[in-house]
Design a protein around this ligand. Structure first.
Ligand code: HEM
Length: 608
């Protein structure tokens, strides 16, 4: 009888607080509300009751003490459609089917063993990304790091999920990107059915339902093609062995009639949807936020690079990249990732929970079928737990009062992966990806801002939607870091014994032939013409290296026999090697034969 009413802003009849709700950054809006109404707030969005949790203690009540009552998901129409009527893990309500799918996810798709089996894919994709940035750096191009990291993450997820590697220009890749973006937009649309079920029919007229239906059909066709290709075990490529579709198909075949849930194609498609949406933006977003904060905090960047370059590479002269075994030796890099997830979690409101029963926490009654947001973002900036909570200071996780805080969902002051029965099952895969990528970005390059930009100019505006990524692209200039063992073999086409590449050399238009080669091997490539080593330079930056920085080393001419003969044993300017005699001849030429005065003297000849 003494039940207290949960405080919250007063709303209007029928629409409740819907008109006040700030959708551009709801985590910040709800954080401000919590300053006024406390750590447990109630709202009404249309006819949907909503409770917002904004303190670690309340989060613990919801996700630990009363986890079972709070561990469902709200039955939103968009969720239902794209999850094949809740055949998935992320969006399905709490029931037996979900428990079965979650078990498959945890023990077959995201187990430690499975995550390890994808290690070569992660390391290969990181290496390719570093290679791509190196090429841009060689051409002194500005790197769009947001784009580069997103491409990396989605390429990796495609390989893990369905064993295909889409090139950047592949039309299937463009299709995949479009599907991902459009589905995300459709998830975030406003559906009357969710907030005003009685007038839900309006969704047929506003265009939202037809947009939902359209993307559903397109996604379905995409999944279907992929599954079909996997079904034909004779023709499918080897890269598909052990990917997510492969595992799911195997589990489906092994279904015994006694298992509580019979796996269908819908389950497989719903699982694919989860992996695409839960695995891409989260990891990519975290890496980009981390780089953003490091650019704004150069001292932190330097400290991290020192850790990587001295601790790891110092001991192994030959080490050109950081692999997953090295990560354990990089506590500062790990602290940076934690600090990034604290301030810029890619899912600041976690995923909505939904109550299955009436329940009471802290004397407040929360009715059945209430949507519950846990504002992880607000909790992680609570001055009660963190000194200078808005400051980016990774050291706080290495010493001082926060140093023991873990992100595995046990300590509620930092829950970027959630907690309880619904905790993120992909956290170890996500963390590995983020740490590996970040360590290699810091190891391989020194990072600078584009000309004219100061670190204060980098903004931290977030995108709108379920996942909050950096809205404006992060544009940086990469400077290759000279590695200790920098004597890399110069890339080039393989040749034959004795003749080398002589037989391949196209003498009719060598500049075009070498240009083609440079597209494959980069701006510095090596050839062997018989026993003569040849290096070809095809970028302005490399040209500057050769003709300016190292001009003195590179300024001789090759001693070819024909040239020697016709130049009277190198007594000329054009063909002579670099030596004192040549310098004298060159001086005569510059001062006496081709000086401005002399060129003027020949003017009447030219005009005549
Ligand atoms: C930095 C990377 C990631 C972050 C920050 C993150 C965060 C989260 C959060 C906050 C939740 C909701 C937890 C809750 O409701 O209590 C979640 C759920 C989930 N995540 Fe992640 N995640 C990440 C990466 C991944 C990856 C790589 C995968 C798999 C490919 C994944 C798969 C899932 C799934 C399947 C769920 C739904 C769990 C359920 O409802 O039972 N996540 N994630």
């Amino acid at each position: 009888a003494d039940r207290k009413v949960i405080p919250g802003p007063p709303g209007l009849p029928l629409i409740g607080n819907l008109h006040q709700f700030d959708n551009s950054a709801p985590h910040e809006y709800l954080w401000r509300l919590s300053h006024k109404y406390g750590p447990l707030i109630s709202l009404k969005l249309g006819s949907l009751p909503v409770v917002v949790v904004s303190s670690a203690r309340m989060a613990e009540e919801v996700m630990k003490t009363h986890d079972l009552e709070f561990c469902s998901r709200p039955p939103m129409v968009g969720f239902r459609k794209l999850s094949y009527d809740f055949s998935d893990i992320v969006l399905a309500p709490y029931n037996e089917e979900w428990r079965e799918m979650r078990k498959i996810g945890v023990s077959h798709l995201l187990s430690i063993k499975r995550v390890q089996s994808f290690r070569p894919i992660r390391e290969d994709e990181v290496a390719r990304m570093i290679g791509k940035i190196s090429r841009e750096a060689a051409e002194r191009k500005v790197t769009n790091l947001s784009d580069t990291i997103m491409t990396f993450a989605s390429t990796m997820i495609c390989r893990i999920a369905f064993g295909k590697r889409y090139d950047e220009k592949d039309h299937q890749r463009r299709r995949f990107n479009y599907l991902l973006r459009e589905a995300q937009a459709v998830f975030a649309l406003f559906y009357f059915s969710d907030f005003f079920p009685r007038i839900g029919w309006l969704d047929h007229y506003t265009g939202t339902f037809s947009r939902l239906e359209k993307i559903f059909k397109e996604l379905d066709a995409f999944y279907e093609e992929l599954i079909d290709e996997h079904m034909d075990r004779k023709t499918r490529p080897k890269s598909m062995e052990g990917d997510i579709i492969d595992i799911m198909l195997e589990l489906r075949q092994g279904n015994s009639s006694s298992s509580p849930v019979q796996l269908t194609m819908d389950h497989i498609k719903a699982m694919l949807m989860n992996v695409f949406f839960a695995g891409t933006d989260t990891s990519a977003g975290t890496i980009t936020w981390a780089m953003t904060m490091l650019m704004k905090n150069p001292n932190v960047m330097q400290k991290a690079q020192a850790e990587i370059r001295e601790v790891i590479v110092g001991k192994h002269e030959k080490k050109l990249s950081i692999d997953e075994d090295d990560l354990e030796k990089l506590p500062y890099v790990k602290a940076i990732v934690k600090e990034t997830l604290r301030l810029y979690s890619p899912v600041p409101l976690l995923l909505p929970r939904y109550t299955m029963e009436n329940c009471t926490i802290d004397g407040y009654e929360i009715p059945r079928n209430t949507l519950v947001y846990v504002n992880g973002w607000a909790i992680a900036r609570d001055p009660k737990y963190y000194e200078n909570p808005h400051e980016f200071f990774p050291d706080r996780f290495l010493e001082g009062k926060n140093h023991k805080i873990d992100i595995t969902g046990q300590e509620f002051e930092l829950i970027p992966f959630g907690s309880g029965r619904r905790i993120c099952p992909g956290s170890s895969m996500g963390l590995l990806t983020v740490e590996l990528t970040l360590a290699n970005l810091l190891h391989s390059f020194n990072w600078e801002l584009p000309q004219g930009m100061k670190k204060e100019d980098i903004d931290t505006e977030g995108s709108t939607g379920v996942s909050v990524l950096k809205k404006n692209d992060l544009l940086l200039v990469a400077k290759p870091h000279p590695k200790k063992s920098s004597k890399k073999g110069i890339p080039g086409p393989p040749g034959l014994p004795l003749i080398g590449n002589l037989h391949q050399f196209d003498n009719s238009a060598p500049h075009k032939y070498l240009y083609q080669l440079s597209k494959k091997y980069g701006p510095l490539l090596s050839l062997q013409l018989g026993s003569l080593p040849v290096v070809v330079v095809s970028s302005a930056r490399m040209a500057e290296e050769v003709m300016k920085t190292h001009d003195l080393i590179f300024c001789s001419r090759p001693p070819m026999v024909g040239q020697r003969k016709l130049s009277y044993s190198g007594k000329d300017i054009a063909l002579a090697p670099y030596n004192e005699e040549w310098r004298e001849m060159r001086k005569i030429c510059v001062v006496h034969l081709l000086s401005i005065k002399r060129v003027q003297l020949f003017r009447h000849i030219r005009e005549d």
